[in-house]
Write a protein that binds this ligand. Sequence first.
Ligand SMILES: Cc1ncc(COP(=O)(O)O)c(C=O)c1O
Length: 394
Amino acid sequence: MFTFFSPNSNYKDAFRALKFLLLPWNWGSCKNGKYAELVEKKLAGILGVDRIYCFDSGRTALHEAINAFGVGEGDEVLVQAFTCVVVTNSVKYTGAKPIYVDTEKDGYNMDVEDLKKKITPRTRAVIVQHTFGIPADIEKIMEIAKEHDLKVIEDCAHGIWKGFGTRSDAAIYSFGVEKAISSVRGGALYLKKGKPDSSLPHLPYKIILKHLLHPIFFSIGKTFYRTFGKALLYFSKKTGLTALIIEPKEKKGKRVKWFPAKFSNALAYLAYKQLHLLPEFNKHRQKISLYYRENLPEKYKQTVIDDEKQPTLLRYPVRSKDRDKIMRRAKKSGVFLGNWYDCVVAPKDTKMEEMNYIAGSCPNAEKLTGEIFNLPTGREVSVNLAQKIINLLE
Ligand SMILES: Cc1ncc(COP(=O)(O)O)c(C=O)c1O
């Protein structure tokens, strides 16, 4: 049982990818075709907005949102600590400086009081991350942003549902391998006003090919993990047959050659098929999240989720001082728990000197990164399995 490793993709996605790979007459439509537009229309309908713009990834969508607001050299953009390096990079690549806001003391999103303290005359925008799909206090943040004339961009990379992210100036969504739906790589942008740059290039064929190979390798690798699957996944990673979620260059704060890029037809086709399953996926995540909330031992019940709300969590966060021991124990029993985020700018091997993070500036987030781990909520987790996972934590 994996919290990571493409939790949404199965053999059907592998066959869809094969359709592009094995039928040469489809290769021409790997880049151009109708599916990116179909995803834009379908997603706009799901979110309840007029227009959505798709890109090759959530990180590109974020970068394009910041660009669309004319933010760049000499400006500051507020991001929360306890985030992913690609968020910081999306700011850095525009020339603006990322400034980190601490997390809530007992939560996973931006602390509103710390946000106020981090605003300077150079601040132009704030990226509000709804971590794991737990809604941040967007009303309050928008109020503060209005007072200081800041643009608000909601980072909805961890969830997609009606109305999510559509109240502020912009929002981004992700269709990455571990997200609400997955096309291996893909993302979308909602802009309340204006338009993003429409002149971006496509991903190179080589990269599209690697992404198409991903569901094929992973569906075989996961099914046969205990026999040859682990070796197969290792082989595909080491030989570069499947692309990495975050490239080594990105961890050093550098841009890969193919960033930013359009959403290619072959990957949009995978996203389009998965979008139809979104209501089912979300309902399942809600059911499993509620099960964890109600059945976890008392010592783990620190997750701040409003009891009135039905959480649709991408991963269910728990905290423990014995995190590493628990994760090792679970792994021995065949359950791979998640590690989002075990570093203020994750993953752990990110070159922090390049991230503009000042050690000690976000104490809540730093403490959180030493204790957090995540339980899976995806389609492969039955209630029975959720109970087994809970038993492993006792
Ligand atoms: C909080 C957050 N925002 C944005 C992104 C970017 O998404 P993508 O992988 O589609 O570029 C990620 C990726 O993991 C993320 O965790």
